[in-house]
Design a protein around this ligand. Structure first.
Ligand SMILES: C[S@@+](CC[C@H](N)C(=O)[O-])C[C@H]1O[C@@H](n2cnc3c(N)ncnc32)[C@H](O)[C@@H]1O
Length: 278
């Protein structure tokens, strides 16, 4: 990673700063995260043993830790939110996996610690789980993609689950259907119909009560809708030449626990899909 620039530029606050506990809960309470997202990302990442990997927009370090457990080394998690990083670091302190967390704004080139300078342009795999859909402007989207391209080794792969541009914004009758994903523990509320580039989309996660913990209040965050064409253009401007969209799939455990019928409406109109870019 580059050793130029400042650690964090314009963005000193993040809507995620107060969201760490709820976001950490979402990985296990929202069944789509555990049984579709986790399973699919594991498969897409493939063999990571001994590879340096960046987890960009790492949040509380959910995938940073998973990458380390899958054998990647070194693993560096990068995020702009001090609140999310505080939780990531406290988990690392309690159960060290040897991962490093850096506070950086991905819309600027990543300034890095001297020990990682040699990794700039040499990283074979970069993961960014639900991050590109938080680029607030077209310029930010391109800038994030440029940061990724700078860090990635030629021929390396960028894996980026993001808001599916074709997610279920409308019911079959044509009206908004905010409740489409309610059975899966969350809702998506679009500000515009049809969505246009830059349209806000509010994701609200609702957490079930559990006997062994305090109630977790619902969490709402505002993502941004970008069209497939815009993602492709931004990645192309950053130097990616091969951009594909991949669907996620349910784990065998998820099928056994919930049954195929439970997943069918989600899989028909998934809220997220994965960009795989080289
Ligand atoms: C929806 S959360 C996902 C967190 C984590 N990847 C996960 O799946 O658990 C999005 C994360 O991206 C981070 N993020 C958004 N824009 C960013 C930027 N410009 N630079 C660095 N991090 C950013 C947020 O702070 C937040 O932690």
């Amino acid at each position: 990673m580059q050793r130029s620039g400042t650690a964090v530029t314009e963005r000193d606050e993040s809507q995620f700063d107060g969201a760490a506990d709820a976001y950490e809960s979402s990985a296990f309470d929202i069944p789509v995260r555990e049984h579709i997202e986790h399973h699919s990302i594991r498969r897409l990442c493939g063999e990571v043993n001994g590879k340096p990997v960046l987890d960009l927009g790492c949040g509380t370090g959910l995938y940073t830790r998973r990458l380390a457990r899958w054998g990647a080394d070194p693993v560096i998690g990068v995020d702009v939110s001090s609140g999310m990083l505080a939780t990531a670091r406290s988990i690392e302190d309690a159960q060290p996996l040897g991962v490093t967390y850096l506070r950086r704004d991905l819309t600027s080139p990543c300034a890095c610690e001297p020990q990682y300078e040699h990794l700039t342009g040499n990283i074979p795999l970069i993961l960014a789980v639900y991050v590109l859909c938080y680029a607030r402007t077209r310029e930010e989207l391109t800038a994030m993609c440029r940061t990724v391209r700078t860090e990635l080794k030629p021929g390396g792969v960028f894996i980026a689950p993001t808001l599916n541009p074709d997610y279920a914004v409308e019911s079959p009758e044509g009206a908004y259907d905010d409740a489409y994903y309610a059975a899966y523990g969350f809702t998506l509320t679009a500000a515009d119909s049809p969505a246009v580039n830059g349209s806000p989309v509010t994701l609200t996660m609702n957490f079930p009560e559990a006997a062994d913990r305090k109630p977790v209040p619902a969490l709402s965050v505002e993502a941004v809708w970008w069209s497939r064409e815009t993602y492709a253009e931004a990645l192309g401007e950053a130097g990616f030449t091969d951009v594909a969209w991949r669907s996620m799939e349910v784990s065998p455990d998820g099928l056994e626990t919930y049954g195929r019928a439970f997943w069918q409406p989600y899989l028909a109109r998934p809220h997220a899909r994965v960009i795989v870019a080289r």
